[in-house]
Design a protein around this ligand. Sequence first.
Ligand SMILES: Nc1nc2c(ncn2[C@@H]2O[C@H](COP(=O)(O)OP(=O)(O)OP(=O)(O)O)[C@@H](O)[C@H]2O)c(=O)[nH]1
Length: 338
Amino acid sequence: MTPSGDFRAGFAVFVGRPNAGKSTLTNALVGEKVAITSNRPQTTRHTIRGIVHRPDGQLVLVDTPGVHRPRTLLGERLNDLVAETLSEVDVLGLCIPADEKIGPGDRFIAAQLAQSGGRPIVAIVTKSDTVGRQTLAEQLIAVEQLGREVLTAEFEETERRRGIRARKKGKAYDPRPTPPDLGFADVIPVSAVNGFQVESLAQVLISHMSPSPPLYPDGELTDEPELTMIAELVREAALEGVRDELPHSLAAVCEDMIPREDRPEDDPMVDVHVSLYVERPSQKAIVIGKGGARLREIGATARRSIEKLLGTKVYLDLHVKVAKEWQRDPRQLSRLGF
Ligand SMILES: Nc1nc2c(ncn2[C@@H]2O[C@H](COP(=O)(O)OP(=O)(O)OP(=O)(O)O)[C@@H](O)[C@H]2O)c(=O)[nH]1
């Protein structure tokens, strides 16, 4: 790839309520499993970047957790993380599923994005394979309308503040006329499952980047440290098929990753040690399962993904530990990397 004069590069972030399809879309764009998906809400805890290389641009995707109202300390940290991420990117992708009516959660998030300093917001209507043409068309119109509402509200609020500032300084307030085209920069329906418009979305996002040489070398998919990715893979495997409230109480830490010494050069193996933290002994029992059956399943699933990630054979050593109320304890949180 030789970047020409009109090559563009920059950062984009997908924001949306839990389960909106952000991680799946990141994977569809990047083309390899990088972000962690699950059909349980709030599984993405770390900011994971996927890098999309195209002849005319490079898109660095930052995958944030869903914006939600903080209930615990962990929730607050997630929201801080989101606010921090929003201030560092070039374009904001607001994900709204095609198969669910726009709700207060979407409005809350859209309003937050509108307040993030005039960055272009691309509204992405996800999972569009799940609805018919008529429903999709109606959702696109509703999303356009949402864009007009939140950006008009933001414009009026900015004007109101300008007025107050001017009055305080004893200056004349010169109101600006409301721009006629307030709204999202683009509204685009996609499906991460059948690939519908995924490439167009990449182009739209790249079009909002500034001219710049590539930010990362070609071929690099993620700069997330391997240990974090391994921990996420184990956490994902542990969450599979669990229907209770475990997701909020489960954390994984990859303690170390050591190449086995006595292996032939063409058949290496890595020893990986991961601790799974739960809050209560009863949860530990759930994770371990009858006679250790569930833990073995988790181990087997996670090992396969880790082998894919590292490209070598892996011996995975899993330990389940109880760390009481870790969600509410700042010291435990920082130990677990939050
Ligand atoms: N049919 C269909 N399902 C999708 C699509 N994208 C995502 N899903 C499903 O929707 C669910 C949630 O997707 P995720 O990508 O994990 O959602 P997320 O927004 O990252 O969720 P959090 O990590 O909880 O914030 C999963 O079960 C996905 O398989 C899509 O384009 N079509």
